[in-house]
Write a protein that binds this ligand. Structure first.
Ligand SMILES: Nc1nc2c(ncn2[C@@H]2O[C@H](COP(=O)(O)OP(=O)(O)OP(=O)(O)O)[C@@H](O)[C@H]2O)c(=O)[nH]1
Ligand SMILES: [Mg+2]
Length: 311
């Protein structure tokens, strides 16, 4: 994107200049361009500088810290202000463990989360929202015919990145928000998994609303992910994804690992006193366990109580 360029600015095609060395350019980067920036057919500019990033959303390819592949860290997007966690209410079923992982990544990257629950025509949001009662997490409900004004207002003037499993409706929503986006949309197979229709992340400028002025904002559509690996987040930072639990840990012994086998961990008493949902503590501990190589690597994002796949 060209900083300060208005909605009518030409679309410039540019390639990485050799002087950037090994630094890679990711979606959302603000870059310095030289050469032909006219946007005329066949014109090619060069990216000579990447501006300092205000935020970096990362995910690890796999949670296995013991292998090189497991530690492979990917930058999803740079300079995002808002993480739109897209979860379908059915087909595929919601996974609160996945949403919890996205929340950890958002707080870790200092990006504000927004929960976007799609396919509200197929199932109600009560179970998912009930799980997050203590979080004051902003959310929007999306059905095929729903009015998108509330969502547009939350996206205005910011760079928002959508993440979610394949088939939850990210590209469908982007096409509704940006009518000329023409993002390919897939079908969800019988087992409730999408087919990874989108294969790369793309940033699109949101269209101006009639009567509104100022920055309309950007939306980044990303390919569906199976899990949101957090091997790059320290055990201590994991807790920031659980603001409903953080307060309890002031009563923990020094260097408390917060695991279930730590008898003096204050989190158990906090939950027993009804100050947080036991399922949230269980989810946090499941995340801790997955980072140390325990836990179920096949369905790391599933919490007990979430609907079964395909149901
Ligand atoms: N019933 C219903 N179906 C929807 C809704 N939103 C999207 N779909 C359908 O869900 C399927 C998958 O939508 P996509 O937009 O391709 O999903 P995606 O999240 O972009 O998937 P990937 O690109 O694979 O990550 C399509 O068949 C859509 O028509 C909705 O609100 N209700
Ligand atoms: Mg898509």
């Amino acid at each position: 994107m060209i900083p300060g360029a208005g909605p009518d600015a030409p679309l410039v095609t540019a390639m990485r200049a050799r002087e950037l060395g090994r630094k890679s350019v990711v979606v959302g980067d603000r870059v310095g361009l030289v050469g032909d920036t006219s946007g005329a057919p066949g014109a090619l500019a060069r990216i000579v500088r990447i501006a300092e990033r205000t935020s970096v959303l990362r995910r690890t390819a796999d949670d296995d810290e013991t292998t090189a592949e497991g530690r492979l860290e990917r930058v999803v997007v740079a300079n995002a202000d808002q993480l739109v966690i897209v979860s379908a209410l059915a087909d595929p079923p919601p996974r609160t463990g996945f949403i919890d992982r996205c929340l950890v990544a958002a707080y870790d990257a200092d990006i504000e989360p927004l929960l976007c629950l799609t396919k509200a025509d197929l199932a109600g949001p009560e179970a998912v929202l009930g799980y997050y009662t203590e979080l004051e997490l902003p959310y929007v409900l999306i059905r095929p015919d729903s009015d998108l004004a509330a969502l547009r207002a939350l996206l205005a003037g910011r760079v928002s990145v959508m993440v979610g499993h394949s088939g939850v409706g990210k590209s469908t929503l982007v096409n509704r928000l940006v009518p000329d986006a023409e993002r390919a949309v897939g079908t969800v197979s019988a087992i409730g998994r999408g087919r990874h229709t989108s294969t790369s992340a793309v940033a699109l400028r949101l269209p101006a609303e009639p009567g509104a002025d100022g920055d309309t904002g950007w939306i980044v559509d990303t390919p569906g992910v199976r899990s949101f690996g957090l091997a790059h987040v320290s055990a201590e930072s994991l807790l920031h994804g659980f603001p409903d639990l953080v307060e309890a840990t002031v009563d923990c012994p020094a260097n408390c690992p917060h695991t279930a086998d730590e008898a003096d961990c204050a989190l158990d008493a906090w939950v027993a006193a009804g100050k947080a949902d036991a399922r949230r503590l269980a989810s946090y501990r499941r995340l801790l366990a997955s980072r140390s190589g325990e836990g179920d690597p096949r369905e790391p994002e599933r919490n007990p109580g979430d609907p079964l796949a395909g149901s």
